[in-house]
Design a protein. Structure first.
Length: 405
C-alpha cells in the first residue's frame, strides 16, 4: 500500500474532483512486472450503488506504467484491466462494462505512440492527423525524402521497421508494392525482430490475399497480431478524414485498430475474419476503377458536345448520374490538375490486376474492369504512372479524332 501521506494526498485529490455525497475507495492495480502498484480511487454513492460512468471521477497520484501522472477517467481506469501480460482486473472492483465508445476511448488512452511503416500518400496523411490528435508518431520509410516530410510534420524517424515497432504501442503499415509487406515483417530489422510480443500491426495496404496471409502467419509465430484493415478513399480523403476502414482479424486486435483509426475516417467496419478487409476493398475498387473511367468518358463526351465543363459538373452532380468519382475526379479532369496524384495510375494498374485475379478465382466475369485496366495500362505506358488515375482522360482524348481543348 502507499504511504499514509500518499493515501492522504490521493484521497484529497480524489474527493476534490468527486461528486458530493460519494465516498472514495482505494483499489490497487498492478501494471507491468517491476512497476509500483497503482492505487485508484473509485467513487460509490453512500448507499453503495455504482455511479454512472459519465459521472465518475477517479484520480491517480502514483506513477503510471507509462511513466505519466495525473487523472484517469473511468474508461481509462477500465483500460487497466489488461496491461501487458497481467491478468484481467476483476469486475468485482465495481467497473461497469464499457460501451463501444468508451472502449475506444480507453484504447486511445493506452496508445500514446503509433508506428507508421510506409510514408507515402496515405502514410503522410495519417502522420499529420495522428499528430493533430495528440499521438506521437514514429515513422519509417526507405525513401529519405518521405522521412524528412515526417520530421517536418512533427514525427520521429525510426531506423527500421523493428525500431518503429520497439518504440510504438501500435504499428500501421501502408505499402504500395507486392512483396513489400513480407519484407517489412520478416526482412532484416523487420517487425519480427522487434521483440514486441503482443504487438498489434494494422496493414492498410491493398495487396494479394495470399501475401497478407503469409505475413499474418509469420508475425503470429513471433507473438504479433496482424489486422487486415484496408481503406476506401484516396490521399485527399485521408487528409480530410473521409476514409472508410474495412477490417478483418481477431476482435481484440480489430478493437485496438478501431480505437486509433476511427477518428481518421468517417466509418469503420469490422468485417470479421482476417482477409475480409481485402476482399471488400477489391469490390470497392472495382467500382472506383470503373467510375473513374466513366467520369473521364462522360466529360470528354460533354466537351465534344460543346458544353461548358464546369456547368456539366454541376448538372450531372445534381442528378442520378452523380458518383463519388464524379465529385472527386471530375474537377481534376476539368482543371487538368491530375499530375498531383491522390491515387497514382501505377497503383491502379496494380489494383485492377489484383481484382481481376480475385474475380477469376471465383469465376466472376469482369468485362468493364478489364477494359478499364487496359486504359490504366495505356496511361502508364504513356508516362503518366505517377499521375492521378484521372489522367485516363488524356488516353481517351488521344483516342478521339476530334479536336483537343
Amino acid at each position: 500500500m502507499p504511504s499514509v501521506r500518499a493515501r492522504h494526498d490521493l484521497l484529497r485529490a480524489s474527493t476534490s474532483n468527486g461528486t458530493p455525497g460519494e465516498s472514495p475507495r482505494i483499489g490497487p492495480f498492478t501494471g507491468r512486472a517491476g512497476d509500483e502498484p497503482l492505487h485508484v480511487v473509485e467513487f460509490r454513492s453512500l448507499a453503495g450503488a455504482r455511479a454512472p460512468v459519465e459521472d465518475w471521477r477517479t484520480q491517480l497520484n502514483t506513477r503510471r506504467p507509462d511513466g505519466g501522472a495525473g487523472g484517469l477517467t473511468p474508461a481509462e481506469y477500465a483500460a487497466r484491466r489488461t496491461w501487458g501480460n497481467q491478468p484481467r482486473l476483476p469486475w468485482r472492483l465495481g467497473l461497469p462494462r464499457l460501451s463501444q465508445r468508451e472502449n475506444e476511448a480507453r484504447q486511445r488512452w493506452m496508445m500514446k505512440t503509433i508506428g507508421l511503416v510506409g510514408l507515402g500518400i496515405i502514410g503522410t496523411a495519417f502522420t499529420r492527423n495522428l499528430i493533430e490528435d495528440g499521438f506521437s508518431v514514429v515513422g519509417y520509410d526507405i525513401d529519405p525524402d518521405r522521412v524528412e516530410i515526417l520530421k517536418t510534420a512533427g514525427g520521429l524517424a525510426a531506423a527500421s521497421a523493428a525500431d518503429a515497432a520497439d518504440r510504438s504501442d501500435l504499428v500501421i503499415t501502408a505499402v504500395a508494392s507486392p512483396g513489400a509487406l513480407p519484407a517489412i515483417a520478416g526482412g532484416r530489422r523487420g517487425l519480427t525482430e522487434s521483440g514486441r510480443d503482443g504487438l498489434v500491426v494494422v496493414d492498410v495496404s491493398t495487396l494479394p490475399l495470399d501475401e497478407k496471409e503469409q505475413t499474418r502467419v509469420l508475425l503470429a509465430d513471433h507473438g504479433i497480431t496482424l489486422v487486415d484493415c484496408t481503406i476506401s478513399g484516396t490521399g485527399r480523403e485521408a487528409e480530410a478524414r473521409e476514409l472508410v476502414f474495412m477490417a478483418g482479424g481477431p476482435p481484440d486486435a480489430v478493437a485496438a485498430a478501431r480505437s486509433v483509426l476511427s477518428k481518421l475516417g468517417r466509418a469503420f467496419f469490422d468485417l470479421g475474419a482476417f482477409g475480409n478487409g481485402t476482399k471488400m476493398k477489391f469490390i470497392a475498387n472495382l467500382l472506383v476503377g470503373i467510375h473513374t473511367v466513366s467520369t473521364a468518358e462522360a466529360l470528354l463526351l460533354a466537351e465534344r458536345s460543346g458544353f461548358d465543363l464546369d456547368q456539366t459538373l454541376e448538372v450531372i452532380g445534381s442528378g442520378v448520374g452523380n458518383s463519388r468519382m464524379w465529385e472527386i475526379r471530375g474537377p481534376m479532369i476539368v482543371g487538368r490538375t491530375y499530375r498531383q496524384a491522390a491515387a497514382k495510375v501505377s497503383m491502379w494498374v496494380k489494383d485492377t490486376h489484383l481484382i481481376a485475379a480475385f474475380a477469376r478465382d471465383l469465376e466472376v466475369p469482369t468485362p468493364l474492369l478489364d477494359q478499364a485496366c487496359e486504359l490504366y495500362e495505356a496511361a502508364e505506358s504513356a508516362g503518366m504512372a505517377e499521375w492521378d488515375a484521372a489522367a485516363v482522360y488524356e488516353v481517351l482524348e488521344g483516342m478521339s479524332p476530334g479536336r483537343e481543348r
